[in-house]
Write a protein that binds this ligand. Structure first.
Ligand code: ADP
Ligand code: ZN
Length: 500
């Protein structure tokens, strides 16, 4: 935004007379000087712990927070999930009358730039609550007790201005698992946070929203009921969501008719909402710099290139090539899981998520404690179905199945060594037995894996039309939910019932 402003200034000066230029230049220099001063004083190392004007700890944002769910594009399921929290705040009395405790902690997790902060702000906007922003790293101090005191101050402020939303970004900075070589200051800070969350007076409506990229690092105490007990994954957008996000961020920009938002959405597979906002802004800056009255597709293409160059992600053209492989791979998992009725397939996605390029989200149909040998074999087939689909369609396999192989092998090993389900008899094998007979055991494991793989391949071959349909839909839409998947199956004649 700042850069765009500078450029437009520059162009308006071109036609003015000299005095005016001189005058305005002085003004501009003064402005730049002032800005530099602000930036430097912000980054200046602090000698003593800055005690605790709550103003600089958390920005109060009550009166000028106009953010609402309209500013958040895509993420429909998450907005729906947050409706409940919003209702808790807006109608807190209704819940209190029933004696219900208002749940106070929501944790957003997922990659950066996906709209976690934006969502928290929107919840505050939708409920007209005070929005208090803090970053976990602000609480990390060398001096014992300082972080804890900051936490206390933050919550006091929230209570005073309730209803409020406390948003703690990068909560992992204070909330990582406590361990043996613990750090006294950090533990105190985390403890204080726990104390504050437990100690809410039931008359005050305060919701704490935490955000992290690393849910796995958080201390379990933080995740317990009554604290951050709602966990919501906020991931990178699929194509439709990318289109909507681009629409939000180009609403205030004059576009010429070469620009097709959907095409841009198609080209930006794997990018986050923040990347897209950045692209829209860069495109506008480039248009200004080229002295054009409207933003054109060329400006967008240049902006995409520039934003991607600054990102440490793979080249998008590589991503596009891989997209086809990932679609087939995930379609394979989904098809075999569904036909073997292993779990309920909830969602298939080829939107990259952390290190994974695609995934099939499955939920068990019901709680199971005992599994039959056949069911375990079916699970192995489902694990290996991604690779089998690659072989069937491309006659070539990739490194993408690494995790699947780990899981399948682990399961096969358990079947042989722990469950007595190989051909070595009903014997549990202890470690030393395994060590001394590893050659026989390995053959057993290989046999199970091969059997599972072959049956996956057979299912895929016999249902190749469905496989193609699923993978093509994934290429087009990037995610498929359980209803869409059911529809695809209905389109074809009833698949052979393989489950026993
Ligand atoms: P996070 O907190 O997950 O790192 P932010 O909420 O700070 O991400 O997002 C950064 C910016 O990216 C937002 O201010 C907004 O401009 C843009 N953005 C991200 N996701 C969305 C979205 N779903 N809809 C609209 N804008 C988004
Ligand atoms: Zn896989």
């Amino acid at each position: 935004m700042f850069t765009a402003f500078m450029f437009s200034r520059y162009y308006t000066y071109m036609g003015s007379n000299r005095m005016k230029i001189l005058y305005k230049c002085t003004f501009l220099l003064a402005a730049i000087g002032f800005l530099m001063y602000i930036i430097r004083s912000k980054s200046r190392p602090q000698l003593a712990p800055s005690i605790l004007s709550s103003e600089n700890l958390a920005n109060k944002d009550k009166n000028n927070n106009n953010t609402s769910f309209n500013n958040v594009a895509g993420l429909e399921e998450i907005k729906e999930e947050l409706q409940e929290t919003i209702d808790f705040i807006n109608n807190s009395n209704k819940y209190r009358r029933m004696g219900a405790r208002i749940p106070q902690g929501v944790l957003f997790y997922g990659p950066p730039g996906t709209g976690k902060t934006l969502l928290a702000k929107a919840v505050a906007g939708e409920t007209k609550s005070t929005f208090l922003y803090a970053s976990g790293s602000e609480f990390v101090e060398k001096y014992v007790g300082v972080g804890a005191k900051r936490v206390r101050t933050l919550f006091e402020k929230a209570k005073k201005e309730a209803p409020s939303i406390i948003f703690i970004d990068e909560i992992d900075a204070i909330g990582t698992r406590r361990n043996m070589d613990s750090n006294n200051e950090k533990d105190q800070t985390l403890n204080q946070l726990l104390v504050e969350m437990d100690g809410f007076n039931t008359d005050e409506t305060i919701i704490v929203i935490g955000a992290t990229n690393r849910l796995d690092l958080l201390d379990e105490a933080l995740l317990r009921p009554g604290r951050f007990d709602r966990h919501i994954y906020v991931g990178n957008p699929n194509m439709k969501a990318r289109e909507q996000i681009l629409e939000v961020h180009t609403k205030n920009k004059p576009l010429d008719n070469t620009v097709n938002i959907l095409d841009i959405a198609k080209k930006t597979h794997g990018l986050s909402g923040a990347d897209l906002a950045n692209i829209a802004n860069e495109a506008a800056i480039i248009a200004v710099r080229n002295d054009r009255p409207r933003v054109s597709i060329d400006h967008f293409n240049a902006a995409i290139e520039r934003v991607l160059a600054g990102l440490e992600i793979k080249n998008p053209t590589v991503l596009l090539k891989e997209k086809r492989t990932v679609s087939v791979h995930e379609a394979g998992h989904a098809l075999v899981s569904k036909i073997l009725k292993i779990d309920m397939v909830q969602k298939i996605s080829i939107v990259p998520r952390g290190q994974t390029l695609g995934y099939v989200l499955r939920f068990p149909e019901d709680d199971r404690y005992l599994l039959t040998k056949q069911e375990l074999m079916d699970k192995i087939s489902a694990f290996l179905a991604g690779r089998a689909a690659e072989e069937l369609i491309f006659n070539e396999i990739t490194t993408g199945a690494k995790d699947d192989l780990d899981k399948a092998t682990d399961l096969a090993r358990k079947m042989v060594c722990d469950y007595g389900m190989g051909s070595l008899g009903h014997m549990a094998m202890d470690e030393s037995y395994v060590k001394h007979n590893y050659d026989i055991i390995r053959v057993e494991i290989e046999n199970l894996l091969d059997k599972g793989y072959q049956s996956a391949l057979k299912i895929l071959r016999e249902n190749r039309d469905i496989l193609n349909h699923i993978s093509n839909t994934l290429m087009e839409e990037e995610t498929i939910d359980s209803h869409q998947l059911d529809k695809i199956f209905e389109t074809y004649k009833k698949p052979i019932d393989y489950a026993t």
